[in-house]
Design a binder for this molecule. Sequence first.
Ligand SMILES: *[C@@H]1O[C@H](CO)[C@@H](O)[C@H](O)[C@H]1NC(C)=O
Length: 968
Amino acid sequence: MWSPSFVAALLLLLTPAAHTLKTGDWKTCSQSGFCRRGRALSARAQDAADVWKSPYSVIPSSVAVASNLASFTAAVKSSIYPEINFELDVRVHKDGVVRVRMDEVGGLRKRYDEAASWALVQEPEISRAIQWSVGKQEIKAKYGEKKDVEVTVEYNPLKVTLSRNGKEEVVLNGRGLLHMEHFRTKASGDDKPVEGSEGDAQAVMQTNPAAWFEGDTEDAWWEETFSSWTDSKPKGPESLSIDINFPRHGHVYGIPQHATSLSLPTTTGPSATFTDPYRLYNADVFEYLASSSMSLYGSIPLMHAHSAESTVAVFNAVGSETWIDIGRSNDRSTETHWVSESGILDVFILPGPTPEEVFAQYARLTGTPALPAHWSLAYHQCRWNYVSSDDVRGVQKRFDEEDIPVDVFWLDIEYAEEHKYFIWDKKTFPDPVEMTNDVDALERKMVVIIDPHLKRTSSYPVYQKASELAVLVKPKSGEGEYEGWCWSGSSSWIDGFNPASWEFWKGLFKTKSIDGQWSWTESTDAVHIWNDMNEPSVFNGPEITMPKDNVHYGGWEHRDVHNINGMLFTNMTYQAVAARSDPPKRPFVLTRSFYAGSQRFGAMWTGDNLGTWEHMTVNLKMALANGIGGMTFGGSDVGGFFGNPEPEMLVRWYAIGIFSPFFRAHAHIDTKRREPYLLDEPYKSILRDTIRLRYAMLPMWYTAFREATVTGIPILRPQYVVFPKDEAGFAIDDQFYVGASGLLVKPVTEKGATEASIYLAEDQVYYDYFAHYAHQGSVKGKYVTVPAALHQIPLLVRGGSIIPTRERHRRSSPLMKYDPFTLRVALDKVGSARGELYLDDGETYSHQDGEIVWREFTAETEKKSKVLRVSSKDLALEKPQEAVEGNALAHFDPANAYAKKIAHVRVEKIVLVGLGKQPKAVRVEGGKELDWDYAPGVSSGKEGQAGVLVVKDPAVTVVSDWTLVVEL
Ligand SMILES: *[C@@H]1O[C@H](CO)[C@@H](O)[C@H](O)[C@H]1NC(C)=O
C-alpha cells in the first residue's frame, strides 16, 4: 500500500520542517527586543529599589466616576513624557472582578484594543451596588458579603491593589514596572546615545530619567532581526510592561501552555528554575523539551495565585507575544512581571477567594467549555496516516475482531490531494462518502484534518474563492496575499479576523451544494474536524510562524493578534460544522492552538509530544494547567507522537488516556503501527480492558462535563483545587481528581513500577476502585501505597461517592445509549455517599430546551433503625437553573421527550463498598426482597479489605425516584 512515489512525495513535504528539536528556531528573551527591554527595566528598578518610583500617576482632578455604576475613568501621565496622554478606566463587575484598562489617547496611532472582545463571552455587567469613594490620594471601593474586599487605586504613583481584610493580595505596579511605550516617530539622523546616560543609576535617574527608564540605546525599536528574518516594525516600539505581585501567595498556576510543573517554577532570582521568562507566543514547537518555559501551541494569559488563605487570579487580556517572569523573595509571596509586545493594558483581577469562585469568575468572562457530543468522549484512533479508505475499513475490522471499542477514526493530511484540504485524494480515497458510511454504520464518526493554509493554485476552489473574496492574510505591504510554505507547499492563510471569511467558511462545510457554490459534498454529518497548524505554523516563517508585520483585517499587524489567531480559526470551523445540519448537531473540533475563550469551541491536545516517559509525565501536568486556563477538554497523543514506545510505555499511556477528557491515540508517519490490537499478549488484553474501562465510565465523564459547562471548574482537578487549605498538596501535580466523581487517579509514568504512592489530604476512607481495599486517610495528610503492576491502574474512590457506570461491552459508545447502569457506592466514614448522573441525547442542542435526565443518588446509614438507604431523585427538577450551560432552563419537565425515550433503561446493579456487615434483607421500598451477594470485609471507618454488597437487578429505572433499603 506504500507506493514509492507516495513515500517520495511525503519525504519531499517533510523537508521544510525537518523533525529534530532545534530550540534555536525560537527566540530566547535576550533575542527579543521588547523582552530584553522589559527585563532591563526590571533590573534597573531592582537596583534602585529604595529610590525608584513609577513615573505614572493619575491626575486627581480628572477622576470621573460614572453615576450609579462602579466605574471611573481618569487621566494618567508619565512624568518622563508629560506630553503623552493615557486614560485609565477601572470597573468593578457585579461579581467583584476588577477590570483595569489603560490606553494611550490622542497618540500617533491606536494601540490594538480588541483582545478582550474576542476572549470575552459578553460585555461584563458593571456593579450598580458598589460605590467608589474618591479621596485626595486615592480612590477606593469596598465590597463583598462581609465588605472584606477592597480595591484601591493610588494616584501617585499609579498603583492598583486588591486587599482582603486589610491585607494586599494583588498589586499592580507595586514595583513600578508599568510602562506603555507610546508611539513615536523615528528620529532622523544618527542615533546618538542620550545625553547623561553615563554614570550610576541614581545620577542618570535624576539627570536623564527617560534614559534611565527606557534604556539609552533605542534597543530594537525600529527593526529587529532573528536568524535570517527581519521584522520591519512599522509602528516602532509599543510594548507594555506591568508588574503584578501576590504578596500573600506562595504558589502560582496557569498561563498555559508550558511543559513544566503545575505550580510554576521561578524564572528570576538566584534559585530560578528557568533562565527565561514563560513565553506566550503560539508556536509549532515539534519535539518540545519536557521541561521548559518556552512557548508552545496555545496561550492563555490567566494566572491563579494560591495560599491556604485564598485563591485570586489575574487575566491579562493581551493577544500579542508576552513574556512572564516569576520570582519569589520568600515562599509566601510571588512577584510577576508581564511584558507584551503590543496592545493596551486590560487586566482583570479575580478576587476568588476560593478556587471554585475563581473558576466561576473566569467562566463569566470567557465562557465555559461547550458541552461536547457524547461520542467525542469515547476512544479516538488516529495516525498520520490511515492511507486509504480500505485502510480505514481494515482498521475498523480489526478493532471489531478484537472486541476493542472505538468511536472515531481520524484522517491526517494525506487524505487530501496535494494537501488541498476538503479535496480527497481519489487515488487512495476513491469513495470517501461510502467509507464514512461504513464507519457510520456502527454509529462511529470520522475526524478529518482541515488546516488554515490554503494551497495557492487556481485548481483549488477553496483558495480560488478565498482569494476572490480577499479573506486571506496580507503581507506587510497590506496589499495582496501573504505567501508562505506549509504542508501544501506555497500557501496563503485564511484570515479569521475578517468577518467575510466566516460566511465563506460556513459555506464550505455544506454537504449539499447551495446555489452552485462549491462545498464539501463528499462528506457527511458523521465527519468532524481537526484544526492543526493554526498557530499558524509557517515552515519558512520566523520561528516557524507568520511574520509579525503581516496584516490582518482592520489593518492590524499579525503581531497584535498572533495568540488569538488560532482561536478564530477554530471558532469558524466550529460554527461551520454546527450550521451544516438542521437541526444543528454539536460539532467536534480539535485545535492545537488556543487562547482564552477557546474552550467554547472544542477540544485541544498537547501537540507533537515524544513517546518518552518524561513527556508522558509532563503531559499530565500540562493537562492540569490547561484546565486551569479553561481548556479542560484536552489530552495528549497516547503513545507519544514521535517514536516507537515499548509495549509497557504504551500500556501506561493508555491508562493516562482513559483518564484524560480527550482520549486519542496518534502517531507520526515514521512510527511503526501501534493500534492496540497489534500488541502481543498480555499487552493487548490489558489495553482492551483499559479502553473498556473508559467506556464503562462514560456516564461519569459526561456528568463531569455537564458540571464543567455550567461552573467552569476543570474536570481534572489538582490537589489545590479540591483541598485549597492543605499546603502539602499545593505542589502536587502527578495525581488528580476526576470532576466531582470522587475518583482519584495517580497515573504510573515510570518504567518498571509495581506500586504507586498516593497522597490523601483528609481524614476519609479511599477505596481501591478494583480491589475494594479501604485506605484510611488522615487530617494531617498521608501517603498510601497501592499496587501498580502493569495491568493495574492506581485508582481510588473517595468515600462518600456514587459513580454511575455502564458495563456491557459494545463496539462504539452510541450503541450503549439504552444500556443499563451500575451504581458504585463508596460509603464514607459515617456510611453515606452521594453522586450524580447526567444524560441527554448526546448530540443535538435539545438539552438546552430541557430534554435531559439529571439524577442525584444518595446513600444514608441510619444507625438507630439499622438501615442503609440508597435513593435516586430528580436533580433537574430541584435545580433547573443549574442543569445546563448558560443557566437556560427556567422550568424542567421530568417527562420530557428524552426522558421518555430512556424510560425503560434500568439500573441493573448496585455495588455498595464499605459495608461491614452482612445485611438481613435488601428491597426496594414497597417491593419484594432482592437477590444480593455479600463479600465480608471491614466497614467504611476501618483500614483493610472492605465489605462489599452487590445488589443484582433491583428492577428500578434510571429516570424514576426510588429508594433501596438495606436492613442491617
Ligand atoms: C465566533 O463566531 C461567531 C459567529 O461567526 C462570532 O460572532 C464571534 O465573534 C466569534 N468569536 C470568536 C472568539 O471568534
